[in-house]
Design a protein around this ligand. Structure first.
Ligand code: OGA
Ligand code: MN
Length: 201
């Protein structure tokens, strides 16, 4: 029986993706969910931006989530614990896959009811720093018919669905950032996640 980091390394090495049990313990997902809701209540999440190097803009046609980056030395224990877990995963994947990821970055994301993120790739055209995309879902009791799934598509313009993932707490997804077009479908309720990337320096 492989442990979770081994299953993630296996997935990345074979298919290029992993979707399954999270590296976060349930109690950490619960504390992060609490933290994310708190940040939303105090208006500390802000409309996400798209683009890079001068082309940065908010674009509600493309994405409608509100986000907040985690600070490297946060005073919030759940944020520090999440960063420590992602750091450990990064070290692990560097050893298993010779990934060469020197940094991690993470942000909270909240999709209000009806918000979505249209099909996109996570790597900027002019910047190949992002190696692996990570998404940790923070939603308890997500009903089957609530929408809000992550759709991962084949990298050949065929629109073939590779996986469709419910954003339920305890589930994480990770994939090679340059490989898979993906989108977030609108949901009929708030959808919280912690999303991030393992990157080159
Ligand atoms: C992203 C993204 C997927 C998700 O933030 O780039 O694709 O399921 N998120 O939240
Ligand atoms: Mn994405």
């Amino acid at each position: 029986m492989l442990n979770i980091p081994e299953r993630i390394a296996n997935g990345l090495a074979t298919t290029g993706w992993y979707a399954g049990q999270s590296i976060f313990a349930d109690e950490l997902s619960a504390r992060l969910a609490h933290r994310a809701r708190r940040l939303a209540d105090t208006h500390e999440l802000h409309p996400a931006r798209v683009g890079h190097n001068g082309g940065v803009q908010t674009n509600a046609q493309l994405r409608g989530d509100d986000t907040r980056w985690l600070a490297p030395a946060s005073d919030d224990a759940s944020e520090r614990d999440a960063m420590a877990a992602v750091h450990a995963l990064r070290v692990n994947l560097n050893q298993a896959l010779f990934l060469g990821a020197q940094e991690s970055e993470l942000h909270f994301a909240r999709y209000a009811p009806g918000a979505f993120y249209r099909t996109h790739r996570d790597r900027f055209r002019d910047d190949d720093a992002r190696l692996v995309s990570l998404v940790f879902y923070l939603n308890d009791d997500w009903p089957d018919d609530a929408g809000g799934e992550l759709m991962l598509y084949a990298d050949d313009d065929s629109e073939t669905v590779i996986i469709r993932v419910q954003p339920s707490a305890g589930t994480m997804v990770c994939f090679l950032s340059d490989r898979f077009p993906h989108e977030v479908l609108p949901a009929n309720r708030e959808r919280y996640s912690l999303t991030g990337w393992l990157r080159r320096a």
